[in-house]
Design a protein around this ligand. Structure first.
Ligand SMILES: Cc1cc2nc3c(=O)[nH]c(=O)nc-3n(C[C@H](O)[C@H](O)[C@H](O)COP(=O)(O)OP(=O)(O)OC[C@H]3O[C@@H](n4cnc5c(N)ncnc54)[C@H](O)[C@@H]3O)c2cc1C
Length: 426
């Protein structure tokens, strides 16, 4: 029975426990449950990761939290936020070289968790810059493209956006209609035409990573469009207003009518959906961490409220079992979610994270964060309606995180395909 154990370990297990061996085994202080870190995930971070998390957490609580209510109410995104994050080394943080920090995937996850603890919109703006655009350039760009964009982007001086979704093609980007054809009058240029929608950061982006079909091959290719090089009338990026979620981020369209792009600004060696999906994988990994940050903030706020609010015989509502169950469910899902993201993060750095693993944590953490935040919202009673309690904002935001970068049902289909070998998309 104990064959697989070393003989010393087996002997120890088979020995009857004596008082002294019990005392020895439990001599250290009894473990204490911490509702903020229920399964002790912080034991698994390196010193460097903990220091990065602390820097990100302090910045977010001291600089972002005081701005979020006004930003959300007025649907205003301050582009200086990306410059501030850049100063701290938080942008494109996993990239090696080009003035980027070169930290672990887990450290980058801790950064997104800290940002989304304040607001999913702030995390979205950062994820687009870091994972979708900088990550894409780092993975697929030429050396010239990297030198040109990455040092400015990591400082938040050059802002990027990622244009994949179109008005008629969201979950099915393979059908996208934006086209790149040889420019009719400019030698060595392509001409891009088409329309993208729901694009985070598009109204303020200096460089737009646009995915278009090359007319010559019908294959999807990535193009780096520089706003300053677009002649008047070829590029418009109108803001989409009156959103009911993610209001602290800026979202817009990309409308292209013969945008001239030099051939040097196309990603040279990647075609088809591998390009955009690879960028999305990194961003989805960040979302899996971030949404747990939003859930953790919801838990902390609901707990405080439940301890302070008194009903029936002056009892804090935290005394009641139904309220405690909501807190228990949410805390459990947050703890499981962070451990799963941590595991995938470690595998990612070892090159062992399959895309389906990322689909799994993206889907699970978004779904559980949304469902739990929605239940925690009930603890606030009527006050949940006031934005000053923050919970309603998290719930509205978390709906969007469940929808973008692969709606949860689409990730179910990705997992279903991996489990059964049969694809159910079409
Ligand atoms: C605030 C915000 C920011 C965004 N930022 C960006 C960005 O920066 N860049 C970018 O490119 N995109 C961005 N998006 C777009 C986002 O990724 C898409 O909205 C998302 O992929 C879903 O596409 P869709 O809206 O066209 O929905 P649809 O594809 O029309 O899907 C609608 C519903 O149908 C379901 N569905 C579709 N096909 C199937 C199927 N085969 N089987 C079962 N169910 C199916 C979906 O799961 C979903 O529930 C953003 C969206 C929002 C709201």
């Amino acid at each position: 029975m104990f064959k697989s154990l070393s003989s010393r370990a087996a002997r120890q297990l088979l020995q009857p426990a004596t008082t002294s061996s019990i005392t020895r085994r439990y001599a250290h202080a009894p473990a204490v449950f911490d509702w903020k870190d229920p399964l002790g995930s912080s034991n698994n971070y390196t010193e460097e990761e903990l220091a990065i998390a602390e820097t990100a957490e302090s910045y977010c609580q001291e600089r972002l939290l005081p701005r979020v209510l006004d930003a959300y109410r007025n649907e205003e995104y301050d582009r200086n936020i990306l410059a501030e994050m850049g100063e701290l080394g938080l942008l494109g943080a996993t990239i090696q070289g080009y003035d980027c920090a070169g930290v672990s995937s887990v450290a980058s996850g801790l950064i997104t968790r800290a940002v989304e603890r304040v607001d999913s919109g702030y995390r979205s703006g950062m994820s687009v810059q870091s994972s979708l655009v900088m990550g894409g350039i780092d993975e697929f760009g030429t050396e010239e493209q990297k030198q040109k964009f990455l040092p400015g982007m990591t400082k938040g001086k050059i802002l990027g956006c990622f244009g994949l979704t179109e008005p008629n093609h969201g979950s099915d980007p393979g059908s996208l209609e934006t086209v790149a054809k040889p420019h009719p009058s400019k030698e060595g240029y392509y001409s891009l035409s088409g329309s993208k929608t729901w694009i985070t950061n598009s109204p303020i982006a200096d460089v737009l990573l646009v995915w278009a079909k090359l007319q010559e091959t019908g294959k999807i290719r990535g193009f780096l469009v520089e706003r300053e090089n677009c002649p008047p009338g070829t590029l418009e990026t109108p803001k989409l207003s009156h959103k009911n979620g993610l209001r602290a981020s800026i979202t817009g369209m990309i409308q292209m009518d013969g945008v001239p792009v030099t051939k040097e600004m196309m990603f040279p060696h990647v075609e088809g959906l591998r390009g955009p999906f690879s960028c999305l994988n990194s961003a989805r990994f960040g979302i899996a961490w971030g949404t747990i940050g939003a859930l953790e903030d919801s838990i902390a706020r609901a707990r405080t409220y439940a301890l302070e609010r008194r009903q029936f015989k002056n009892n804090p509502i935290a005394k009641y079992q139904l309220v405690q169950k909501k807190l228990s469910d949410a805390t459990t899902d947050a703890a499981y979610g962070i451990l799963a993201a941590l595991q995938v993060g470690r595998l990612k750095d070892e090159g062992k994270a399959a895309p389906e693993m990322i689909s799994m944590i993206k889907r699970q953490n978004c779904d559980r964060a949304l469902i739990n935040a929605r239940h925690l919202q009930e603890i606030f009673g009527g006050n949940a309606v006031s934005d000053e309690y923050h919970i309603g904002r998290h719930v509205a935001n978390l709906f969007v995180t469940q929808t973008y970068e692969g709606q949860s049902d689409i990730h179910s289909l990705i997992l279903g395909r991996a489990i059964t070998g049969i694809q159910a998309f079409v």
